[in-house]
Design a protein around this ligand. Structure first.
Ligand code: HSE
Length: 431
């Protein structure tokens, strides 16, 4: 049986999960794939750190180029995270004719085009299943069994940390800060949770999905992105009263030559299949022109689920090496579509305003919306927020409108002091 040697750049969560998944399943892999996979060298930048797997010390090196330049290693697995130095290491590995498997969404979102070109130029593979949705096999599915489709829309719950926090806020009526602490204690949120809770992690993943599904490069910084730090328990409760769940949704849709995209807290009707995706689970929902609606569900983070996706790519490549087959079925990021990227487009919105409880206030606000041709779908006023009843929350759900139009109407409401404050603006995704 042919042995394929693998080098691992990183032995953190994902690296350990990959190593462990191979240990757990090596006999089954040999039987089904017909190759013996061996992780022979591992970049360990912190040799003193305790690792979740028991690795023979002689496999460790602190020098990435001992792995990248090792002529016996055919596949490099990059699981270090971060744009640099990971991009440089991957580029150098591809240039030396090694196949690369990565879980690195940040590096791919920014440098995927260059890395893919290098892979093509050097006739090697660049595989990245684990970069989006952890263990969910969305990327290879789009490239292989779903290749006959063109896509109109994708919705994703692509971050386990934020989905866990929103779930607990919904179930327990708990505050964001309290739930974040609990998530950190359970190891479901990083000590520095910024990239997760501010939506940057999801923007990287959506950028990759947009290249894959819509053939356009939209850099993460060009995707309108809002995290969950400003989602309040109040909005979660009002959303529930109206029959919705609030989820951090990555969204992209093709519409009349335009590409609408955003990452933001979004209201989904309880009947939407994505509304039921709870805790640290992820899901990706796509609409293809042949397959129609399709949803993928699973663990989007964690050492073993992510390691499973990494290892799947490694096995595919090893299989091709063993058979001497061509590396022709692989997911490709595309960048050449002429879609106009406009960020936020047409949508329904949930609005929460605070206004003085006196005659004419609601009328003024409603007239301003009417002037901007914005239709009101649902309206609710709650009295008694304080003893003097001077301020009340006003909740609106408005019919589909352009985001820019909504912003103009809200500016006018602010300028004319029709409301004391505009406290929440969230997209509503009906289907
Ligand atoms: N930190 C991410 C999450 C997993 O919480 O889902 C890695 O992308």
């Amino acid at each position: 049986m042919k042995t394929v040697k693998v080098g691992l750049l990183g032995i953190g969560n994902v690296g350990s999960g990959t190593y462990k998944a191979l240990e757990m399943n090596s006999a089954a892999i040999e039987k089904s794939a017909g190759v013996h996979l061996e992780i022979v060298r591992i970049l360990n930048r912190r040799p003193e750190a305790k690792r979740a797997v028991d690795v023979p010390k002689e496999k460790y090196t602190a020098d990435p180029y001992e792995i990248i330049n090792d002529p016996e290693i055919q596949i490099i697995v990059e699981v270090m995270g971060g744009v640099e130095p990971a991009t440089t290491y991957m580029a150098d590995a591809l240039k030396t004719g090694k196949h690369v498997v990565t879980a690195n969404k940040a590096a791919l979102a920014v440098n995927g085009k260059m890395l893919q070109q290098l892979a093509m130029d050097h006739h090697v593979m660049l595989r990245f299943e684990a970069s989006v949705g952890g263990g969910i096999p969305i990327i290879n599915a789009v490239a292989d069994p779903l290749v006959s489709n063109q896509y109109d829309e994708v919705l994703g719950i692509l971050n386990g940390t934020t989905n866990y926090i929103l779930t607990k806020m919904t179930e327990n009526g708990a505050d964001y800060a309290e739930v974040l602490k609990d998530a950190q204690a359970k190891g479901l949120a990083e000590a520095d949770p910024t990239a997760d809770v501010e939506g940057h992690d999801v923007a990287n993943k959506l950028s990759i999905l947009i290249s894959l599904l819509f053939g356009k490069q939209v850099l993460p910084q060009d995707i309108p992105t809002q995290g969950i730090t400003s989602v309040s328990g109040l909005d979660i409760n009002y959303a529930t009263e109206f029959g919705y769940r609030i989820k951090l949704i990555a969204h992209a849709r093709k519409e009349n030559g335009r590409l609408i995209c955003s990452v933001e807290p979004t209201l989904l009707p309880l009947s939407h299949p994505m509304a039921a995706v709870s805790n640290e689970f992820n899901a990706v929902f796509v609409r293809g022109n042949a397959v129609d609606e399709l949803m993928f569900y699973g663990k989007g983070a964690g050492p073993l689920p992510t390691g499973s996706a990494v290892l799947g790519d490694v096995i595919d490549i090893a299989n091709c090496i063993a058979k001497g087959a061509a590396f022709d079925v692989q997911p490709l990021l595309h960048y050449d579509s002429d879609l106009e990227v406009i960020g936020e487009g047409m949508a329904q919105y949930y609005l929460r305003l605070t206004a003085v409880d006196q005659p004419g206030v609601l009328g003024n606000i409603a007239s301003t919306f009417a002037k901007h041709d914005i239709g009101l779908k649902s309206v609710m006023q709650r009295a008694g927020i304080n003893d003097k009843k001077t301020s009340v929350p006003l909740i609106f759900i408005i019919y589909e409108t352009e985001y820019k139009t909504l912003m103009s109407a809200l500016d006018e409401i602010r300028e004319k002091n029709f409301a004391k404050s505009i406290d929440a603006v969230m997209r509503v995704q009906e289907r």
